[in-house]
Structure formats: C-alpha cells, structure tokens
Design a protein around this ligand. Structure first.
Ligand code: ZN
Length: 161
C-alpha cells in the first residue's frame, strides 16, 4: 500500500497530529521544537509541515517548492482538520485507524486470546478485531472512542454545514 504523505505538525496545531495518525499518516509531533529543527526534519524525511505560523510560507525552500507547508487558518479542531484534508486531497478511509495515536507506529493485528488480560472484560466479550502498537504495547479496538472519531471524520469529510 502506498504509504501516502508524511507530516510534521508544528506546536501551534499539535492536536492535528492525533487526527493525521487516525487517518493513517506517518505524523511526527515534537514539543517543544525550534523552527530550524522542524525544517531540518521535514527536509530529511520529506515531511509536509502543518502549521499556523505564516512565517514558514516566506522561507525560500517553501517558496521554491522544495518543502511543502500546509498553512492552517482555523482555530477550531475540526475546522483545522478540514483545511488539511482539503489542501491535500486526503485520503482513503481504508487506512483509518492503522497507526498508534500515542507514538505514530503502524499497528499490527493481534489474536484475541493474546489481549485477554489487557482489555476490560466487556470489551473482550464484545469485540474481535484487536490491534497492538509494537512500540508502546497499547491495544486498540473499534470501540466507542474510535466510533466517535469516525463520526467526527465523516462530518469533516462531508464539508461545512
Ligand atoms: Zn504506541
């Protein structure tokens, strides 16, 4: 599968990191970080910078197209997400919920029996498709938290009311 674009999220729009990970994108968020370091990482990894800081748009390497910046105007979280999605023409829902929200690692499917002592009994009894983060060990399942995020995403994808 095409891994799609990679991102680095500036501190002024830090909450977007989680949402880009929900959508399945490799997204770095380092807090605190100096502008020069953020630029260096974007350059090194080929990451798109997501920021509310207009100053990035005046950088020579951004003007001449070597670095890509998504400049976010909205102050609210879903408005910001909508701007990113519209700017980049994102993405196929089949990759949603494939990445750890805490540490950005791709999740791997894990047999149900292996998570028996790691999830609440009710979850174990009612869910089947479990995934685990190979980095932090966190276990994910399509429960109510993800359902709520999915509903918000569908609202965003549908466009402004
Ligand atoms: Zn993790």
């Amino acid at each position: 599968m095409d891994p799609g674009p990679k991102f680095i999220v500036d501190n002024n729009v830090g909450r977007l990191a989680k949402w880009l990970r929900v959508l399945g994108f490799d997204t770095l968020f380092i807090n605190p970080i100096a502008d020069e370091d953020l630029l260096a990482i974007a350059r090194r990894d080929g990451r798109i910078i997501v920021t509310k800081d207009r100053a990035f748009l005046r950088r020579r390497e951004v003007i001449d197209g070597r670095l890509k910046v998504v400049f976010v105007r909205s102050n609210d979280r879903l408005g910001q997400l909508r701007e990113v999605i519209e700017a980049l023409n994102l993405p196929a829902p089949d990759r949603w919920f494939s990445r750890c929200l805490a540490c950005n690692a791709p999740l791997t499917a894990v047999p149900k029996a292996e998570v028996a002592d790691q999830v609440p009994p009710y979850v174990y009894a009612t869910q089947n498709g479990f995934q685990r983060c190979p980095s932090c060990g966190r276990v994910y399942w399509p429960g109510t938290h993800w359902e709520r995020m999915r509903a918000e995403l569908q609202t965003v994808m549908a466009g402004p009311e």
